[in-house]
Design a protein around this ligand. Structure first.
Ligand code: SF4
Length: 195
């Protein structure tokens, strides 16, 4: 029989398997199941949504923490959420790398602000960022709200701002987001989600 590299690997792999499972009487299944158990057995599971694209696949994020305030949880595993009707436990290759994205040392965790005319970004707090966003929304609305149309009918609409929501927010948050957009008078409203 001519032995190619492929057939050599096949034959040797099958032989080792036969020796371990049959020849020596080992059953590897319980051992493998135990290894899978151990990886996440003490981890805290949190359901979330993949932030990468508009499909919005459900994920389960496992992290190690004892719950103490001074302990930073460490994410050890991310997998598709089998209960999520969008993806039913599956993830595309990009979503499957979420753990590395979460743990990346250069991941942006604070808002950056670049004043007009400046080349430099500076880190600001979330309070500062939210105050500034609120201020700009209010000023824009005060400046551009159209209260009446050409025929004198009350319309209270703001065509100067586009109201967009991300695909990682849940239905309830999305409902509130639209409510707020309508209350402000926006007419150009869109969501990133395509599900
Ligand atoms: S897992 Fe893939 S398809 Fe699903 S939301 Fe993430 S990037 Fe999109």
């Amino acid at each position: 029989m001519e032995l190619t590299r492929r057939s050599f690997l096949k034959v040797s792999g099958a032989s080792i398997g036969t020796v371990l499972t049959g020849g020596l009487g080992f059953d590897l299944k319980p051992a493998m199941a135990r290894v899978q158990d151990l990886k996440i057995s003490n981890a805290k599971a949190v359901k979330s949504i993949c932030p990468y694209c508009s499909v919005s696949c459900g994920v389960v994020i496992y992290s190690l923490t004892d719950g103490a305030m001074n302990v930073k949880p460490r994410v050890i595993h991310v997998e598709g959420n089998p209960d999520d009707p969008v993806n039913r436990g599956t993830l595309c290759p990009k979503g499957a790398t979420l753990k590395d994205f979460i743990n990346a040392p250069n991941r942006l965790k604070k808002p950056l602000y670049r004043p007009a005319g400046s080349k430099e970004w500076k880190e600001i707090s979330w309070e500062e960022a939210l105050d500034r966003i609120a201020r700009l929304i209010k000023d824009t609305r005060d400046r551009t709200l159209i209260e009446k149309d050409e025929q004198g009918r009350i319309v209270n609409r703001m065509e100067s701002m586009v109201w967009v929501e991300g695909s990682t927010i849940a239905n309830e948050e999305g409902y509130l987001w639209v409510k707020m957009g309508v209350a402000l008078g926006t007419v150009l409203r869109e969501t990133q989600a395509r599900i």
